[in-house]
Design a protein around this ligand. Structure first.
Ligand code: ADP
Ligand code: ADP
Length: 226
């Protein structure tokens, strides 16, 4: 079964008597090793979609199947990364990356080895003991990327992870991310408002419509034009 199958998802927010329909009827499949970018107007429901997929929000209708299993609103082992790095300021870079392995109960030595290896691969070998406040924005986002990858998730959900970075840093981290993702044959759903980023990184671009949100178009990105 493909890693992720999203079928007929619908979601409205309700507060008091006010109902805001956000996602209409949305379906797609993310294949193994596939990178899909999701673009669409601000407020159309991209973050909502990602939160539904990772189990933070329950959809009103539809199903999310992860390797053929219906998640029924439960959280899965997918990796999740946001624009804000959400690093814990009182923990070193290494200890931030190791959070994931601690939560999973991975033995400390093995968790540390894995975390250090990832920091090395992301060019942060000399910064394992640094606290987030002493790192640049780009370095912090690399730490967040390492934390997302530390448990080897085969599906990554990335919500505008590069949006706050300056252009040069963004290009470097995009490159690192794609390399690590392709090496591990991981599948990625990348939300972005940057159409150039969407096209340069992804195998396929999904364009969402205004609310209620549906898939308006799906483009296969060919290597020739990327
Ligand atoms: P995007 O990520 O595409 O900018 P969001 O998923 O963040 O869109 O939001 C989609 C719509 O849902 C927006 O109109 C937003 O104001 C509304 N919304 C998001 N979260 C909530 C919430 N918890 N309660 C009510 N409305 C919300
Ligand atoms: P940005 O500051 O735009 O986020 P990067 O994260 O790519 O850019 O950092 C650029 C380079 O600057 C890094 O490769 C690193 O060598 C150096 N650097 C950034 N922050 C620090 C720091 N706190 N201590 C030492 N070197 C740093």
């Amino acid at each position: 079964a493909p890693p992720l199958v999203v079928e007929h998802i619908a979601k409205s927010y309700v507060s008091g008597s006010k109902v805001t329909p956000v996602i209409g009827d949305l379906s797609f499949t993310l294949g193994r090793g596939e990178i899909i970018s999701v673009v669409g107007p601000s407020g159309c429901g991209k973050s909502t979609l990602l939160n539904v997929i990772c189990g933070l929000i329950r959809p009103d209708a539809g199903s999310i199947r992860y390797h053929g299993r219906d998640l029924k609103g439960q959280q899965s082992s997918m990796g999740y990364m946001l624009q804000k790095d959400l690093l814990l300021p009182w923990r070193s870079a290494l200890a931030n990356v190791m959070l994931g392995t601690e939560i999973r109960g991975v033995p400390r030595r093995r968790g540390e080895e894995r975390a250090r290896a990832l920091l090395d691969q992301l060019g942060l070998d000399g910064f394992a003991d640094n606290y987030p406040a002493t790192l640049s924005g780009g370095m912090r986002q690399r730490v967040a990327l390492a934390r997302t990858l530390v448990n080897d998730p085969d599906v990554l959900l990335l919500d505008e992870p590069f949006a706050a970075l300056d252009f040069q840093t963004k290009l470097l981290i995009e490159g690192d991310t794609v390399r690590l993702v392709r090496d591990g044959q991981r599948s990625v759903l990348l939300i972005t408002h940057d159409i150039e980023e969407a096209v340069s990184i992804a195998d396929r671009v999904l364009v969402l419509s205004q609310r209620p949100t549906r898939i308006k178009a799906s483009y296969q990105v060919s290597l020739d034009c990327a």
